[in-house]
Design a protein around this ligand. Structure first.
Ligand code: SAH
Ligand code: SF4
Length: 423
């Protein structure tokens, strides 16, 4: 979502006459896009801004901060950091030409913004990747998980009209995109504002887009994942057999405190239904360790759930209190050392699971979408399977954006490798 926001920020400015520079040293306008989900990403912003302010002393340019940190910290950014010329929250990207213009004319009156969401649309999206297109379906979130700052940064849930989503996907596929990635904080709660059609219907509409061979979506919330969506996934071979389904905790007591709206048992039942209806589906998830009051027993419940579901990938985080959230008002009482230890233990467990899952692919031929050169060296390229596993392989030509068949000859915890069978 953050990458897609950057495509919008760049696209809006390019449409207004700007051209993209390769590095801040060459730019007249620098916009730093930000994430507010964890404290760490916010800290990185302040050190990066410090570097940019040094650059600005040597050569003036307009410096803006966009995204979720801009939204929740606008007063701080504009009042305390004199080298920041403007801020633009996630609802304000369409106003960027005006905001930048105001900042350019009167550097002392630094620019702020209003808050009405309007979709940016494909005509102002500077896609980074021509063969895999992000297509947002919604903005904001109504769930208010107790740890999460997103509803405060991105506002309430707003859905794009279905015809606009279909038009954007068609245009992207017409321009060469073979993969469509639907985006939203909670995509499976999607409802077309006109017809009331839900996410299952949206998936059907996506699969009818000519040229789009793979359809993915992120993120899904377990509490809204109806069987109609599972049926739509099973009925449409274009929908990739991969699902990111954030768990957060395997303990019902912690899930309640997180306000997640499901129990451990409900999550397990959903994972079982998915695996039964979509054989071979690879699940991935997000986990937070050290949420306030989390005991060893709660943490062990998360580990046992990981052993039971066997995710193909996880993103795991130490709990970090965020401003405005409900959890910020309760004591962050799990000591840092324990959070660290739990995170290491969780990641070690997950690694052993991934080693086994990835090993089961050795000897198989898999369809891979090439993504570009691999960091593994010259002549090596990388791609992804429909299940979203990373594959490294040799190739004479850059296979970016093309499908190929790779025979898997080896595997590790984080990727597969093999040789191309045909190009
Ligand atoms: N809408 C998505 C994800 C939003 S944020 C969803 O509902 O899953 C991405 C991930 O960041 C979350 O799934 C969660 O695991 C993590 N996260 C969010 N707030 C956090 C916090 N305060 N501390 C640690 N991790 C957090
Ligand atoms: Fe945050 Fe929960 Fe909404 Fe995801 S569903 S964005 S975790 S409030």
């Amino acid at each position: 979502m953050n990458e897609n926001d950057s495509e919008h920020i760049a696209g809006v400015l390019v449409r207004a006459g700007a051209a993209k520079a390769d590095r801040p040293e060459d730019a007249d306008i620098v916009v730093v896009n930000t994430c507010a989900v964890r404290q760490k990403s916010e800290e990185k912003l302040y050190s990066y801004l410090g570097r940019l302010s040094g650059l600005k002393k040597k050569r003036p340019f307009l410096l803006g901060v966009a995204g979720c940190v801009a939204q929740v910290r606008k007063a701080h950014l504009l009042e305390k950091l004199p080298f920041v010329d403007f801020v633009a929250g996630p609802d304000n990207y369409l106003d960027l030409p005006e905001i930048v213009g105001r900042a350019a004319e009167a550097p002392t009156v630094r620019a702020d913004f209003g808050t009405d969401w309007r979709e940016v649309g494909p005509e102002a999206t500077a896609r980074e990747n021509p063969w895999s297109a992000f297509v947002p379906v919604m903005e904001g979130c109504d769930n208010f998980c107790s740890y999460c700052i997103v509803p405060f940064c991105r506002g309430r849930e707003k859905f794009r009209p279905l015809p606009n989503i279909v038009a954007e996907a068609r245009a992207a596929a017409g321009a060469g995109a073979v993969e469509i990635q639907l985006l939203g904080q909670n995509v499976n709660s999607y409802r077309d504002p006109e017809s009331g059609l839900g996410f299952a219907g949206l998936l059907d509409a996506m699969c009818a887009v000519p040229g789009a061979e793979w359809v993915r979506f992120i993120t899904s919330h377990p509490k809204n994942f109806g069987d109609d969506i599972i049926r739509a996934m099973a009925a449409n071979p274009k929908v990739c057999p991969a699902l990111h389904l954030p768990l957060q905790s395997g303990s019902t007591r912690i899930l309640e405190r997180m306000n997640r709206g499901y129990t451990r048992e409900e999550y397990l039942a959903l994972a079982a239904r998915l695996k039964e209806s979509l054989p071979g589906i690879l699940l991935s998830t997000d986990v937070i360790v050290g949420f306030p009051s989390e005991t060893e027993e709660d943490f062990e419940a998360t580990c046992s759930l990981l052993r039971e579901v066997r995710f193909a990938g996880i993103f795991s985080f130490r709990y970090s209190p965020r401003p405005l959230t409900a959890a910020a008002a309760i004591p962050d009482d799990v000591p840092l050392e324990i959070k660290r230890r739990r995170l290491i233990a969780l990641q070690a467990l997950q690694k052993t699971i991934q080693v086994e899952i990835n090993r089961s692919f050795v000897g198989r031929e898999v369809r891979v979408l090439g993504t570009g050169p691999s960091p593994k060296g010259a002549g090596r390229f990388a791609g992804r399977t429909d299940g979203n596993l990373v594959v490294n392989f040799d190739s004479a030509a850059d296979p970016s954006g093309r499908f190929l068949t790779v025979r898997i000859t080896g595997s590790g915890p984080y990727s597969l490798h093999g040789t191309t069978v045909e190009l």
